[in-house]
Write a protein that binds this ligand. Structure first.
Ligand code: 26Q
Length: 753
């Protein structure tokens, strides 16, 4: 593809390229990409995949698209010749706020891989006007503000399609926006299709606040992803949102199948619907409704068609994250859908008997996962351990009924974004050492041959230094904090949740602080970086953020400790921040309570970028440990089997651990009067009491071993050659976690595109 930015600048702006400012160049490049993508044909095929997800955490698109079109280097050098820095231009792009965490980022990686493999498949979701929320720190606490990304974006293209969605008592009109999804080095494309509400009203949301009228359904459906669901109105709104999403999706799927020649009796030959967790699971009754009510199908035939179309991925075993909606709410949102679900429940009970463990409707609540398993053809977990837990315990009765429906698909990450875009220094070292094939094959095992090559190890070290410079610059510009040049970078970035145990790392920080106070000065300064948002209604998670911000300030103000220990919490952690921080990490913290993290995907990104993992044997950490081998990873903690046993027997008593002197000292630090005086005493007291008496995710159970392991990691870091070898092995073994591999498996076993 030939481009001439100078000519384009003259044509569009009547000025030489050298005179344009960065935001103008950014818009010009976005236009260039969009125009180019607009004429690319869609990936074609009789059978098409529809990947339904409430979240698509796609990140900024410019760099990625330039790279996929193969014009990144050309653009960069043309800009440089005119005195511009592409990196600074990239910073002008606003990041779309269409997701929340792992499941949303997974969907984005999958779209990239589906397009890269040339498979016909689109993402379908909603066009969240204010996305999740924008996180600010005020008084050392999280404040949530609307994220106004939509006013400032340049990628959405309005489609011609619109539908009517019928709710109980009223209907709304939808409209549709598309974002083109280009694969790496492809000439064809897919799309991310985002439905919106024609009558949406942004003015419902006051400036700087995420409070809005949750009952104004005709105006609010697409304002926020996951609105506060601590009250009935919030919970009901979520059901409205979900039905709005799937009703549009189902209408689109049927329309497009007919356009491609389906007579609808053969619909499964034309469409496979993948649901990303249960949030889109009402697509099952909605497809049945459309076939029966709009196309005069017999109910039983409609059921058997849909049963062959829908595949479901489970991302969690946490009971509170498994969706159960009151049947009454569904009756309010759509009486017809509620009626169909009742029929599906009856049919299931008729066939399999009245077993409450597998019932769709139980005690007036609809179990969405149960519906998806009975009336879908596939259910998968997202890492080997997670799938095993689903099969053996959490979903065991279903596994006995339908063993053939179950499979594992270990998550993956796209190498385009998570090394090629975000870590150019490491990418070019890899090109020099093992050749450039890895950019398409994602096979990095050739690097193993250089494990004892000092010059290669040195080059990896240099690449890490470059990534650290970029990360330090980012933190300095965004938060005004200076990170020492020689600091060890230890990172835990992910949603704030008790099971992920950020509070355990906070206890380690207290331990280290006291140890340094006692005169044990570490050879290198240690910088511990957190990032992540907490759900606004999740009090303890907010308390954990407060503790981290308190420790950050407390330590920074201590002249003895601050030269050696630093705590930073990134404000509004998002994909763009991840792209700066992950390449710079030395240590990857993956310390969830074993059995609770379904997979994790940042663990894979850190590994690919040469960080060494400190982890429990949870989620995909288990597979990382198997691949890199004992000497190249640090594992600790109670096993998932033992954790399951402790829960089953009610045998974990936090207070017994709290009473151990070494542990009590750490937990009580949180409520020592001078510390409390600096912050919100109520939050700190509550967190302290929760840890000392409840500690549902057993941080105190693992804290001693965690501290020991971390100290070992820090000691080993000092042996540079041996550390760099570990880093090399991690990079070399990361190929297994390419989402291209994952998508090939989905396609071979489930989608058959
Ligand atoms: C629950 C109830 C009602 C409404 C919404 C929800 C809800 C919302 C979001 C439940 C779950 C989520 C998000 C889950 C998520 O991001 N899970 C992560 O998925 C990743 C990709 O598979 C895994 O790597 C992580 O381990 C998992 O935590």
């Amino acid at each position: 593809m030939k481009i001439d930015l100078e000519a384009r600048s003259q044509e569009k702006f009547g000025r030489p390229l050298a005179e344009l400012d960065n935001p103008t160049i950014c818009t010009m490049l976005e236009d260039l990409v969009r125009e180019h993508a607009a004429v690319m044909p869609l990936n074609d095929g009789k059978r098409r995949l529809y990947y339904l997800s409430a979240e698509f955490l796609i990140g900024r698109l410019l760099t990625n698209n330039l790279l996929e079109l193969g014009i990144y280097d050309d653009v960069k050098s043309q800009l440089a010749a005119a005195g511009h820095d592409l990196g600074a231009v990239e910073e002008c792009e606003v990041e779309p706020s269409l997701g929340n965490g792992g499941l949303g980022r997974l969907a984005a990686c999958f779209l990239d891989s589906i397009a890269t493999l040339g498979l016909p498949g689109d993402g379908i979701g909603l066009n969240w006007h204010y996305g999740l929320f924008h996180q600010k720190f005020i008084d050392l606490q999280q404040a949530a503000e609307p994220d106004t990304w939509l006013d400032r974006q340049d990628w959405l293209v309005k489609d011609e399609k619109f539908y009517t969605v019928q709710f109980g008592g009223f209907s709304v009109k939808s409209c549709l926006y598309d974002i083109d999804v280009l694969g790496y080095q492809r000439t064809t494309k897919n799309r991310l299709r985002l439905f919106d509400l024609e009558s949406v009203d942004d003015s419902l949301v006051p400036p700087n606040s995420i409070d809005f009228d949750k009952t104004a359904i005709k105006k609010n459906l697409t304002l926020f992803l996951y609105p506060d669901d601590s009250d009935d109105a919030g919970r009901l709104l979520r059901v409205y949102q979900e039905y709005f999403m799937v009703s549009n999706a189902a209408q689109l799927i049927i329309d497009e199948a007919q356009e491609r020649g389906s007579n609808l009796h053969d619909l499964p030959d034309y469409a496979v619907v993948h649901i990303n967790d249960t949030h889109p699971s009402m697509v099952i009754p909605e497809l049945i409704r459309l076939l029966v009510d709009e196309h005069s199908f017999d109910f039983d035939e409609a059921v058997s068609i849909v049963k062959n179309m829908v595949a479901y991925t489970n991302h969690t075993i946490l009971a509170e994250a498994l969706e159960k909606w009151p049947l009454k709410s569904l009756q309010t949102v759509s009486p017809r859908i509620a009626e169909i679900i009742e029929k599906l429940d009856e049919l299931e009970k008729k066939e399999y008997g009245d077993n409450p463990d597998v019932a769709i409707i139980r005690d007036g609540a609809v179990h969405m996962a149960h519906m998806a398993i009975h009336y879908g053809f596939s259910i998968n977990g997202v890492a080997a351990l997670h799938t095993k837990i689903l099969e053996d315990t959490e979903l065991h009765p279903f596994y006995e009924m339908y063993p053939e429906k179950f499979s594992n698909k270990t998550n993956g990450i796209t190498f385009r974004r998570w090394i090629m875009d975000c870590n150019p220094a490491l990418s070019s070292v890899l090109d020099d050492v093992i050749g450039t094939d890895w950019r398409t094959t994602c096979d990095l095992t050739g690097l193993m041959a250089y494990k004892d090559d000092d010059s290669v190890l040195q080059r990896l070290d240099d690449a890490k230094d470059k990534a650290k410079i970029s990360m330090r610059d980012f933190i300095w510009k965004n938060q005004g904090v200076h990170i020492p040049e020689d600091a060890i970078i230890d990172v835990q970035v992910k949603r704030i949740h008790e099971y992920k145990r950020q509070q355990m790392l906070a206890l380690y920080i207290i331990w280290k602080y006291l140890d340094i106070k006692n005169g044990n000065i570490p050879p290198h300064p240690i910088t511990i970086i957190f990032g992540g948002k907490a759900a606004p209604a999740y009090t303890i998670a907010q308390d954990i953020i407060h503790l981290i911000l308190m420790l950050s300030r407390w330590i920074a103000a201590d002249p003895v400790v601050s030269p050696h220990l630093q705590v930073i919490m990134i404000e509004n952690y998002n994909v763009s921040a991840a792209e700066r921080v992950i390449p710079a990490a030395d240590i990857s913290e993956q310390i969830s309570l074993a059995s609770k993290e379904a997979s994790g995907t940042s663990n894979m990104k850190f590994m690919l970028n040469g960080a060494v993992t400190l982890c429990t044997l949870d989620g995909a950490n288990v597979e990382i440990a198997d691949l890199v081998g004992d000497g190249n990873i640090y594992t600790f903690g109670t096993s998932s089997k033992e954790v399951e046993h402790l829960y089953a027997e009610n045998a974990y008593h936090a207070h017994d651990y709290y009473e151990k002197p070494g542990i009590k000292l750490l937990v009580d630090f949180i409520t020592n009067p001078s510390f409390m005086a600096l912050g919100n005493a109520g939050r700190l007291q509550r967190l302290h009491d929760d840890m000392a008496n409840k500690d549902w995710f057993m941080a105190l159970l693992d804290i001693e071993e965690y501290i020991q392991k971390k100290e070992l990691v820090l000691r080993d870091f000092e042996d540079r050659e041996s550390w760099l070898k570990k880093s090399l092995v991690n990079i070399a073994q990361a190929g297994d976690f390419s989402s291209d591999r994952t998508i090939r498996q989905y396609n071979k076993d489930i989608w058959h595109l």
